[in-house]
Design a protein around this ligand. Structure first.
Ligand SMILES: O=C(O)CNC(=O)[C@H](CS)NC(=O)CCC(=O)C(=O)O
Length: 280
């Protein structure tokens, strides 16, 4: 490992339909990443359950403080002495006026404390050519703010899945000092095949940041299929670690954080924004 490099571990998972089963599925993968030396471990979007049907999902929906996966992973972070980015848990939003859930990332420190949280900003309301349709806004209340958080390794920007298609969010995270940006995901198979790697690499190049993208993969209990192919992209746009499948497993990468400064110095586009008149 390069001197001073940060070893990260991405968990690729296939979330079952309940938080109890999801924790049992994730725990050995997190332990494996820790055994391989990862100091920051990231899990995908919807780590606590994949439930397409709202009625079924609501039976398992908890407040963040009571969610079995959020609790279990924070205990594990403390036990293993690692930082964790729980890509997301679907939990009660905590807003009395809105009964939709939050699709929320949690950053947990090596003592098990939640030190940052982020609610997915862009929700997935999309009709795909193959007939798959999604109306995430019907069941998830979008967040209203971007989040960066400091870790002992680097400043981390938070995004979730469909956020990947909104470069302005990534730009704003990079301008707020993010040196690595998490993109936990549960991408569909057709959009994953067509867009996943290209978008991840583009966001890395545009921001000069490491992109850490732990993904759900395979056929889930609720009937959905997700693309997998978790990857880590460096600030120059090279994929430095990837999984070529949709199977549950762990992906390890060593991040040389000096690559951030090098990429931004080589092409300083982040600091070259212009004000311009709208198109006429
Ligand atoms: O609802 C859950 O249980 C977990 N959340 C998801 O699976 C979300 C919302 S349906 N998926 C995406 O955002 C896919 C984006 C995507 O595939 C693209 O942008 O192409």
């Amino acid at each position: 490992m390069t001197e001073g490099a940060v070893r990260v571990g991405l968990v690729q998972s296939r979330a079952p339909a309940t938080p109890e089963a999801a924790l049992a599925h994730l725990e050995p993968l997190v332990r494996e990443a820790s055994e391989q030396g990862a100091r920051l471990i990231l899990t995908p979007e919807a780590s606590n359950m994949m439930q397409r049907r709202r009625e079924a999902r609501d039976l398992h929906l908890a407040d963040e403080a009571d969610d079995i996966v959020a609790q279990g992973l924070s205990r594990l972070a403390a036990e293993l002495g690692v930082w964790m980015l729980v890509g997301s848990v679907v939990v009660r939003s905590g807003r009395a006026e809105d009964d939709r859930a939050a699709n929320r990332s949690l950053l947990i420190d090596d003592r098990g404390r939640t030190v940052a949280r982020y609610d997915k900003l862009h929700v997935f309301d999309v009709d795909l050519p193959n007939g798959e349709t999604y109306r995430e806004s019907a069941t998830v209340r979008p967040g209203d703010g971007a989040v960066v958080a400091d870790t002992p390794f680097a400043r981390l920007g938070l995004t979730i899945c469909y956020d990947l298609r909104f470069p302005q969010l990534f730009r704003s995270l990079a301008k707020a000092g993010a040196e690595m940006i998490a993109v936990p995901a549960a991408f569909t198979v057709p959009t994953g095949r067509a867009h996943w790697e290209t978008l991840l690499r583009a966001r890395a190049i545009e921001t000069g940041a490491f992109i850490l993208a732990p993904a759900q993969g395979g056929e889930h209990e609720d009937g959905r299929a997700t693309w997998g192919r978790s990857m880590v992209v460096d600030p120059w746009g090279e994929v430095i670690a990837r999984r070529d499948d949709d199977a549950p497993g762990v992906l390890i990468a060593d991040l040389d954080m000096s690559a951030v400064g090098r990429a931004r110095q080589a092409v300083p586009s982040l600091s070259h924004d212009r004000e311009f008149l709208p198109p006429r």
